[in-house]
Design a binder for this molecule. Structure first.
Ligand code: ZN
Length: 276
């Protein structure tokens, strides 16, 4: 799953390329929306919500006498899941990914946006966006970030491991595997520790929030400031390498969800993050 900062960057690029632009042609290559034509619609904005991308469009004003002059509003909702991406090309420009993986093509006078291998692609009335993303917890990168609400949702299930809870987008939105491993390390807690036993849960989620916020530019790193030249992580992907703080060997393990499923890799320092 992508991290929230990836979605934030994708939304930012798409918004820059498409906001205010009129769609000249659209092509939805999924059965449910194969006949949908958004030509004439205007992209108003592209916003991230957790790991979801919302492209908001305003419909052409209906000139029929007596018709409502209020523009209709639609949202293209997509989720990148494991393999997905949105690419931006000059109009008619050559694609850099295989054409058969394209799921959505939006053409404007100044750019073509193509969504490849999208995990979710659907079009809904903007008024119904909440049905799609309303279940999400507070967004770590959102303008409406609510720390108290995130803590409340996390603490509501105190027996769940903190490593699993941080990935649960219903509790708080935006953390993927990299930042959950790094945030646990920075808090000195093992990912298998139950949420209810984390000494300072607010610090843990604020560490994750800070790391996400520091990585909204190109490249990603957690150990050094955003302007540093040498990128790296504290523990993520560093199996068998020495801990940057204590020198102990970083380990990789698996952490299961509460029902024993959805095992994901965890990376941790056995000395800085003692097993519960
Ligand atoms: Zn260590």
């Amino acid at each position: 799953m992508p991290e929230g900062d990836s979605i934030w960057r994708a939304a930012s690029r798409l918004n820059e390329a498409l906001a205010g632009k009129i769609i000249n042609a659209s092509d939805f290559r999924v059965p449910r929306f194969a006949t949908l034509n958004l030509a004439g619609w205007t992209m108003t904005e592209v916003v991230p919500r957790g790991k979801h991308l919302l492209m908001r469009l305003a419909g052409p004003v209906d000139e029929e006498p007596g018709a409502s002059r209020k523009p209709r509003a639609l949202t293209i909702h997509s989720h990148l899941k494991m393999e997905g991406s949105w690419m931006i090309y000059p109009p008619g420009g050559r694609w850099t990914k295989p054409g058969h993986t394209a799921r959505c093509v939006l053409r404007t006078d100044s750019a073509d946006a193509v969504g490849f291998s999208l995990g979710i692609l659907e079009v809904v009335p903007t008024a119904e966006e909440e049905k799609i993303v309303g279940h999400l917890g507070p967004d770590l990168l959102g303008p409406d970030w609510d720390e108290e609400e995130a803590l409340r949702r996390l603490r509501a299930e105190p027996d769940v491991t903190v490593g699993f809870a941080l990935l649960d987008q219903r509790k708080l939105a935006g953390i993927g595997n990299i930042y959950r491993c790094e945030a646990c390390y920075l808090s000195g807690i093992h990912p298998a520790l139950p949420v209810g036993e984390v000494p300072d849960l607010a610090k843990t989620i604020n560490d994750a929030k800070r790391l996400l916020g520091e990585n909204l530019g190109p490249g990603r790193r957690t150990t050094l400031g955003p302007r540093a030249l040498r990128p790296g992580y504290w523990v993520y992907g560093r199996e068998r390498q020495p801990c940057r703080r204590c020198g102990a060997t970083v380990r990789r393990g698996l952490l299961a969800g509460p029902d024993g499923t959805e095992e994901r890799d965890i990376y941790f320092c056995p000395r800085c993050q003692p097993a519960p």
